[in-house]
Design a protein around this ligand. Structure first.
Ligand SMILES: Nc1ncnc2c1ncn2[C@@H]1O[C@H](COP(=O)(O)OP(=O)(O)OP(=O)(O)O)[C@@H](O)[C@H]1O
Ligand SMILES: [Mg+2]
Length: 262
């Protein structure tokens, strides 16, 4: 079989996902195939179900219907911790850092999912753990450098500028060594310059071999960055494909115009 005909490998496959809150279908028969080593955009008006889908994919919510596989491994009934170990990491729409800890400590917490000694022994600083702790610190510093905030390593997280807190969340998520990194509106609250820098960071993450799933309202960022885009409206997938076709899809245009009119 030549390269032209080799099938795309999908890292994440979600099939027929449903999530209902009382009478409201936040997600209704949503299916996604996310190609390995891609940046996959997830867009849609407010309340469309984007964050709910992240919560289902990361095990915070249990899907009422459907199945989720990562690299062929079923995650449908897995806990958030198991899902993290399998290789999905995320950031949150509302930043969730340990505000009173330093930047580097926040990243080291993320790293614990991949190390043998527990968080407690690291906190107690048992001699047997020092070596691992030093390895962790070097790794965490490397990640801070990678996202461009290495100079803030010892600053208290909540005192960092907003854009830097968002990048710190990305560093912490990367510390779990994910295969899939899911970002919930990483550019929210950023100015144009910060957004452009973020875009370059996301490309760098992709180049490092991590697949990205990106919820983002900044359509310009999404269209410029993503290999494929899926559009949710009222819990349903209304379009999926390459950015250019999605952008010109009448249903997508109508969904966005409807939002603006409202
Ligand atoms: N825990 C919950 N209980 C009840 N309803 C919920 C819950 N979580 C989400 N919803 C509802 O599900 C729908 C989808 O919400 P969701 O947060 O997933 O949207 P979103 O696409 O992320 O929107 P936004 O762009 O505003 O962040 C909304 O109507 C929301 O009110
Ligand atoms: Mg949301």
């Amino acid at each position: 079989m030549n390269a032209l005909h080799s099938p795309t490998h999908h890292l994440l496959v979600a099939k027929g996902i449903g999530k209902h809150f009382g009478g409201l279908s936040a997600l209704d028969q949503v299916s996604l195939n996310i190609p390995s080593h891609s940046i996959y955009g997830l867009i849609g008006p407010n309340g469309a179900g984007k964050t709910t889908l992240f919560n289902v994919l990361t095990g915070i919510y249990r899907a009422d219907e459907g199945e989720i596989h990562l690299n062929g491994v079923s995650l449908t009934h897995s806990s958030p911790n198991e899902i993290c170990k399998q290789g999905i990491a995320r950031t949150f729409q509302n930043i969730r850092l340990f505000g009173n800890m330093t930047a580097i400590e926040n990243v080291m917490v993320g790293r614990h999912v991949r190390t043998h000694s527990g968080m407690l022994s690291a906190i107690l600083r048992l001699p047997s753990q020092r070596r691992e702790e030093q390895e962790m610190m070097a790794h965490a510093q490397g990640l801070l450098d990678f996202v461009g905030i290495g100079h803030h390593a010892n600053q208290i997280a909540r005192q960092l500028p907003y854009g830097d807190q968002r990048r710190l969340e990305i560093a912490r998520a990367l510390a779990t060594q994910p295969k899939l990194l899911a970002l919930d509106e990483p550019a929210a609250g950023m100015n144009d310059t910060e957004t452009a820098t973020l875009g370059r960071l996301l490309q760098k993450i992709k180049a490092s071999g991590v697949t990205l799933l990106l919820i983002e309202h900044d359509v310009k960022l999404v269209m410029g960055l993503c290999d494929r885009v899926a559009v949710l409206e009222y819990g349903r997938l209304i379009a999926e494909g390459e950015p250019i076709s999605v952008k010109n899809n009448p249903r997508v245009i109508a969904a966005y115009l409807g939002t603006e009119a409202a």
